[in-house]
Design a protein around this ligand. Sequence first.
Ligand code: NAI
Length: 344
Amino acid sequence: MKKIAFYDTKPYDRIYFDRMKEEYGFEIIYHEANLNASTAVLAAGCDAVVAFVNDTIDQPVIETLHREKIGILAMRCAGYNNIDFKHAYGKLHVVRVPVYSPYAVAEHAMALLLTLNRKTHRAFNRTREYNFSLNNLIGVDLHGKTAGVVGTGKIGRVFINICKGFGMQVIAYDPYPAKDADFEYVPFDELCRRSDVISLHCPLTKETDHIINKKALSEMKNTAYLLNTSRGALIDSEALLAALKNKQLAGAGLDVYEEESDLFYEDLSYSIIDDDVLAGLIAMPNVIVTSHQAFLTEEALHNIAKVTMDNLKAYFDESPLDNEICYRCEEEGHCGKSHQKRCF
Ligand code: NAI
């Protein structure tokens, strides 16, 4: 029986893997801890490692896993900005779940927008105390407003369709435009200037790191809402906090935060949070922070478990690894998976 070490797991994702483990013939060792240089050694004696968005798969981790003769890392997520791919090449096959439910993430982005705009979070708190006042709860019609979508891949396209359902105009920025687009592509700075809502759906790369910076924020309408359900470091959080304080922006809906890795997914309600930027953002009446939960639907969790188990099975069966990714696939675009349909 193959033994798999799972990192950064919580009860809500274990359920879905537990339902399938017998069918696949895997023994699973769950760790609550994140995967990092200190915890990698916990995988000793296992045949594979499964990790998640806030794990750190850097050189020391890769070296430890390699030393322990672990040849595969299965990411149970789509994003992979937390992996040192150059170092992993030739040592560790990296597979991921490229699609599990773009609807889950896009719908969460719209939930953040609707909450921010119609202030339902504040109304909920008020009526619980029999405060039926409507003061300061005015929103705007989304119908006819312009949504600016950064990144028109799987999630961006679903978000665009949702916005169209609301009667919004859609403009988008993506260096690799879709050929079948039924919306207008514009340069990034024009998108910042024209949009009433800006939603980020691009991956975190060298090019997109702090794509929302002081300059981009200064170009946005002061009535605009900014949504980030992609990766925290797309936004310079200090610049965002300053822009919100200066009333340069109507509000922000953040499912991700650049310094989230030691905070999100944990109950820190009895701790002092040593992060003034996050504390400042959370204190704003026009900011909603959720804890990287945009993926959290039953359908998405089921699909994540199924594809992760299939990825591992394909590795152990010596079958092609369709969901493998390496630095040559990503940065150089010419991997070609020429080694028995694997990256190396
Ligand atoms: P995708 O790969 O289908 O689409 C990404 C799009 O971004 C592509 O069209 C690509 O051309 C575009 N892009 C690349 N570089 C860009 C740039 N410099 N500027 C603008 N666009 C650029 O990915 P998918 O599935 O739509 O996911 C998007 C992101 O959502 C992921 O990278 C991940 O970070 C995030 N995500 C967040 C989740 C959450 O729970 N909050 C869950 C799943 C994904």
